[in-house]
Design a protein around this ligand. Structure first.
Ligand code: ZN
Length: 197
């Protein structure tokens, strides 16, 4: 168990599609502990395996606040089995130091995954909660998708990146999210939170 170096934006590892875990081996359990140690050390809300250089379908999340006991959640081979609604989510990412922007997310998600012992579970997160948004942010990392790809247009994305001295994103990565955008415009009250994942 160890605190690992976080892979920064620009590294190819973050753009690769990660592989399913075939067996919950000692190596995978160590990876989970490394993810948790690193996430807590960096005060993050979530961390995905590619962010510490492992292209495997594993991420961890802890949405407990500072004065609450730790509540680590481990997701191995996650599948999003239901999603609905839409929210604006003000997000950052541990791989993009100090860059934050508003991105579009589903309001409610249901995810099926394996825990650290290989036991399947289903977790629902609703109301655009931090957990709902973190699950989507971390899930994206497993498919090589970054939060900046959810920006509404390339100018917005590159402004956020440029202000922090980060390289512009290739326009081809930007996601078409017309349905989410329409729903956000029709339901304008949105939560705003400021967390790094
Ligand atoms: Zn991230």
């Amino acid at each position: 168990m160890a605190i690992k170096k976080i892979v920064s934006y620009g590294d190819e590892t973050l753009r690769k599609k990660s592989k399913e875990v075939s067996k919950i081996s000692k190596k995978i359990q160590t990876l989970v502990h490394d993810l948790l140690d690193t996430m807590y050390a960096k005060n993050g809300v979530g961390l995905a395996a590619p962010q510490i250089g492992e292209n495997l379908r594993v991420f961890v999340i802890d949405v407990s606040s500072n004065n609450e006991p730790l509540c680590p959640l481990v997701f191995i081979n996650p599948k999003i089995i239901k999603k609905s609604g839409a929210v604006n989510s003000y997000e950052g990412c541990l791989s993009f130091p100090e860059a934050y922007t508003n991105v579009r997310r589903y309001k409610n998600v249901m995810v099926k995954a394996l825990d650290i012992h290989g036991k399947p579970f289903v977790r629902e997160a609703t109301d655009g909660s931090l957990l709902a948004r973190a699950i989507q942010h971390e899930f994206d990392h497993l498919d090589g998708i970054l939060f900046i790809d959810h920006c509404r247009n390339i100018e917005e994305a590159n402004k956020v990146l440029g202000e922090k001295g980060l390289a512009p994103v290739d326009e081809a990565y930007l996601l078409e999210e017309e349905v989410l955008e329409k729903e956000i415009l029709e339901n304008p009250v949105q939560p705003v939170e400021d967390e790094e994942e």
